[in-house]
Design a protein around this ligand. Sequence first.
Ligand code: UDP
Ligand code: MN
Length: 274
Amino acid sequence: ATAPATAPPAALDHLFLSVKTTRSYHKWRLPVLLQTWFQLARNQTWFFTDSVDVEFQEKTNGHMVNTNCSSSHNRKALCCKMSVEFDMFLESGKKWFCHVDDDNYVNVPRLLKLLGQFNPQEDWYLGKPSIRSPLEIILRDNPKRKVSFWFATGGAGFCLSRALALKMMPVASVGKFISIGEKIRLPDDVTMGFIIEHLLRKPLTVIDQFHSHLEPMKFLHQDTFHDQITFSYSRYSKDEMNVVKIDGFDKRIDPTRFLSLHCFLFPNSNFCSR
Ligand code: UDP
Ligand code: MN
């Protein structure tokens, strides 16, 4: 027997999936997500942005969240968004919080399969670091002591169980996440790692199938695509892109390769000519 193409809907119900985005990226980055993997998790996926966008509010079925955070790419603005994502997850009552960037493709059934392997009533921080050794920092209030911890790269996607999120509440909920980011002066994903690994002493579980564009996407083999959980893309230069290597739509129609990837994974999708 072959594996079902989509996971049981019950598993989907336990997921809160947040996508970080920003006003000026809506038009460029969201359409391909909405056409592809978003269709497999329409009710679970929320886009956290920094403006009101009537057009995309309609296209996402009312799933754009205006965080009222600043629309600049600075630490405070990014930690502000993460803090709103985290609080909305807590409020949702869901068992799993997963975060991705707006340049990620999420293989939804594969993500659900991963989460199915862990108990959300235990503490789980699932993701993938992009540095070879733990980050070492020195805090201003104790310059003699080095603090070292792992963090999951936000641009590869990561997930937290509800049990862990509840333990994080006293230090990270209702805006406290921003204060910690300010204290250590590091980005949102690093702040997440600091809170979980350093403050709470809960280890990151490395999931190799998460991928950010810090990795060369061309190294992923087509015969493993079904097993990968996230993908990404970026631009190396004016005419070179870091994208998944896959045949399919013309590069002009599908510069990110996400349409082609989606048709490879889910050939019965409406826009795939099958
Ligand atoms: N982003 C944001 N505000 C900004 C710029 C970027 O919220 O001012 C978000 C963006 O939508 C994406 C993530 O931050 O989800 C990473 O941005 P980008 O891919 O541009 O940069 P990277 O850090 O990956 O090089
Ligand atoms: Mn990016």
